[in-house]
Design a protein around this ligand. Sequence first.
Ligand code: HSE
Length: 311
Amino acid sequence: MRDSVKVFAPATVANVVCGFDVLGFAVNAPGDEVVMKRSATPGVVISKITGDDGRLPLDPAKNTVSASVQNYLKHIGRPDVGVDIELHKKMPIGSGLGSSSASTVAGLFAINTLMDNQLSNKEMVPFAMKGEELACGYGHADNVAPALLGGFVLVRSYEPLDVISLPFPEALCAAIVYPEVDVPTKDARQMIRSKVLLKDAVKQWGNVAGLVTGLFTNDYDLIGRSMVDVLVEPTRSILIPDFYKMRAIAMEMGAISFGISGSGPSVFALTKDEETASKITSALQKQLKSIQINSLSFVSPVNKKGPVVLD
Ligand code: HSE
């Protein structure tokens, strides 16, 4: 039985443009790390957080990592277990890349490893969703499910929860750019209309079905033309500097598709190869620089592993 473990969990691109709250995929980088050690005293303690500029709570009931670990221990009937947690943020907070999700998933994977893998990764999705609820007020699964399972994931239903791993073309690559402007998920959710027109819903579910079919059949053209969002993007794109200019640049340079990652402000393009993705991130960062916005970029194929033990 292990006494300590160090875990990495990946960032994720949720929504994948047309699949608000139902589609997401994991990337290899960035991601977060959790170091968890057993302690003699029962209870969950967060002893250290790095890389968050003091923004995240150390209170175990308020921090998504410790709260999820507490829920996990309660569920398996071991509230007597004591652990000490260090969270190392290796990715920006409020970026639309599933930052809270990566931390929560790293914590859950760590405690599950210390407890001899009593639950499968899929069984941990509801615990990670509770963490999202704490972080942004709503327990959506389109970040946590791909972070836990790796790959491309469809959340077919929330009640009851039905999470399905999808195939995807091997060469698919994501070009991600994070403009350094703050867009908290909670705010980005509040600004969306809660009612939609039937004609818009028809377009949206046609596109979700088209995207899933394209993933199954390796049809890049179908993937590209299906990644259109008539429900959420028109509102949220307002918060992202030069969003439509960046789309035009990415598409001109050979992207299959372009859109908002999760609730933004990160944007992403899908490409058929890494070289095109790298060129696109450079061009998008140049565009942002021209309007005095700093940015970070990441290029990654779809992550197949989900969380991993580092040490
Ligand atoms: N589906 C969620 C949203 C993802 O768009 O609000 C948050 O990253």
